[in-house]
Design a protein around this ligand. Structure first.
Ligand code: SF4
Length: 405
C-alpha cells in the first residue's frame, strides 16, 4: 500500500460540494488551490492508516489485488506510515476507534456484508466529470452503509444532509444498484476528535431525487464556470474568501444594518441578531489578515499596509556555554532548571488514547467548564446556574445521609 500522496481532486470534488452547490461561481476562484495544507496532509496520513487497518481486518489485499495481507506486510506498511513526520501516537488510537466502529457494524449483521474500502466512485451521472473516494462502504440486506472518517478536531462535521456523504452514496448506488436491491442509505461520520459518531439515513428514492433535481442543475452551473456567487457558512472553506467581493459585502453588511436606527440602544432581539452576524465577520477578519500577510511576504503590494518586524525576544547565543558560565559564577542549578508535569492531554497524546485509557483512565475526572456563549441551535443543553447549585445540594444531602447513617 503506498504512503499517502497528495490527494487527486476532481474540479467539482464531493469534499468541496457544500461550497460549489451553494456558490457555483466559487469553482473558478478556487481553481489554483491544488496544494494540500498541513492539516489536509495529516488527515490523509490518518486515512491511510484507517485503510490499512481495515484491509487487514477484512483480509483485503493492500494493492487491490487478490491475496490478503499477511502480518509481516501489515507491520511493514504500518511502520512506513508511522515514520511520517506528521504521525503522532494518538493517531493510532483515533484510527482504531474508526476501525472498531466498522468492525462492530459488520459483526452486528446476521451474515457477512459486502465490504468496499477506500473505493473510487464515479458520480459523473450527477456532477460533470466528478468522482469521489469513500472510506468504507458496506452493503447488507437492502441497506447501503456509507462510512466516512474525519480527522479534524476544530469543526464538528454533521452527517445530516451532508452533501459530501450523499454524493458518495449516489456514486455507490450507481456502482452497486445493479447487483443489490438497495432501499435505504445509511450515512455515518466517524470523527473521533470532534463529536464522535454522527448518523443520517434516507431512502434510495429521496437520494436519487436530490441528485437529479438539486445536484444536477447546480453542478452543471458550476461546471459551466458561471459567475454566480452566494455567500454563507460555506465561505469558510473557500480559498478566495479573503478577497471575494460578494463575501466581503455580505459579512460587513451585517453591522451596517444597525446604522442610524433609533432608539440609541439595541433591543435584546436586535443584539442577538447582531451577535449571530459577528461570527462570519470574525472569521473573515482572520482570513483577510492571513491573506494580507502572505501577499506582502510574497512581495505583493496592498496600499496602506506593510509588514513590520514583530517583537523579537532575547535568547542565548549558546545555551550550554551560558549555563557553564552561570554555574561557574556560583548560580545554583535550582535557579536554572524547573521540573513540571506534562498536562493530561499531552501525556495522552504521547501514549496514544488506548494505552492511556487502560493505564490511567480511572483517574480522569471532568471538571465543569466555564459557561460559554453558543447559538440556540448548538447541540449542547443550555447551561443553568441552578443545575450546578442543585448538584452541589445533592452532594451535600448524600454526605449528610452517610454521616447520619
Ligand atoms: S467566498 Fe463565498 S461567495 Fe465568494 S466565491 Fe467563495 S464561496 Fe462564493
Amino acid at each position: 500500500m503506498p504512503a499517502p500522496t497528495p490527494t487527486e481532486h476532481a474540479e467539482l470534488a464531493p469534499s468541496a460540494s457544500d461550497r460549489w452547490l451553494h456558490c457555483p461561481g466559487s469553482v473558478v476562484l478556487n481553481a489554483d488551490e491544488d496544494e494540500d495544507t498541513e492539516w489536509e496532509k495529516e488527515g490523509s496520513l490518518a486515512h491511510a492508516m484507517c485503510e490499512l487497518k481495515l484491509r487487514k481486518y477484512f483480509g483485503l489485499c493492500p494493492d487491490g489485488g487478490k491475496r490478503p495481507m499477511g502480518p509481516r506486510r501489515y507491520k511493514t506498511e504500518l511502520e512506513k506510515l508511522k515514520s511520517d513526520k506528521l504521525y503522532q501516537p494518538e493517531m493510532d488510537g483515533y484510527t482504531d476507534e474508526y476501525v472498531d466502529y466498522i468492525k462492530d457494524l459488520a459483526n452486528g449483521f446476521s451474515s457477512k456484508p459486502a465490504v468496499f474500502v477506500e473505493v473510487k466512485l464515479d458520480i459523473s451521472n450527477f456532477v460533470p466529470g466528478s468522482f469521489g473516494r469513500a472510506d468504507c462502504i458496506l452493503i447488507h440486506g437492502t441497506d447501503l452503509y456509507v462510512n466516512d472518517f474525519k480527522y479534524g478536531r476544530n469543526i464538528e462535521v454533521p452527517a445530516e444532509n451532508n452533501p459530501q456523504l450523499m454524493l458518495y452514496a449516489l456514486g455507490a448506488l450507481m456502482a452497486y444498484q445493479a447487483f443489490w436491491q438497495i432501499d435505504t442509505v445509511r450515512m455515518t461520520i466517524i470523527q473521533p476528535r470532534a463529536g464522535g459518531i454522527k448518523e443520517f439515513a434516507t431512502t434510495t428514492q429521496k437520494l436519487l431525487d436530490w441528485g437529479t433535481f438539486k445536484v444536477r442543475p447546480a453542478a452543471q452551473l458550476a461546471a459551466d464556470h458561471t459567475k454566480e456567487y452566494h455567500s454563507g457558512d460555506w465561505c469558510r472553506w473557500c480559498a478566495a474568501a479573503a478577497t471575494c467581493r460578494e463575501h466581503a459585502n455580505s459579512v460587513t453588511k451585517a453591522v451596517k444594518d444597525f446604522k442610524g436606527l433609533l432608539p440609541p440602544q439595541l433591543s435584546m432581539p436586535e443584539f442577538g441578531k447582531l451577535l449571530q452576524k459577528l461570527g462570519p465577520l470574525k472569521r473573515y477578519i482572520k482570513q483577510a489578515r492571513e491573506y494580507a500577510e502572505n501577499a506582502l511576504l510574497q512581495g505583493k503590494e496592498i496600499p496602506g499596509w506593510k509588514l513590520i518586524e514583530g517583537n523579537g525576544k532575547r535568547v542565548w547565543d549558546n545555551q550550554e556555554t551560558a549555563f557553564t558560565a552561570l554555574t561557574s559564577a556560583g548560580v545554583a542549578e535550582t535557579l536554572l532548571y524547573h521540573r513540571e508535569p506534562y498536562t493530561l492531554a499531552q501525556i495522552e497524546k504521547q501514549m496514544g488514547k488506548k494505552e492511556f485509557s487502560a493505564a490511567v483512565g480511572a483517574h480522569v475526572v471532568r471538571q465543569p467548564g466555564k459557561p460559554a456563549l453558543a447559538e440556540e441551535s448548538d447541540r449542547h443543553p443550555a447551561w443553568s446556574p441552578r443545575s450546578t447549585a442543585d448538584d452541589d445540594f445533592k452532594d451535600l444531602i448524600k454526605k449528610g445521609d452517610t454521616n447520619n447513617g
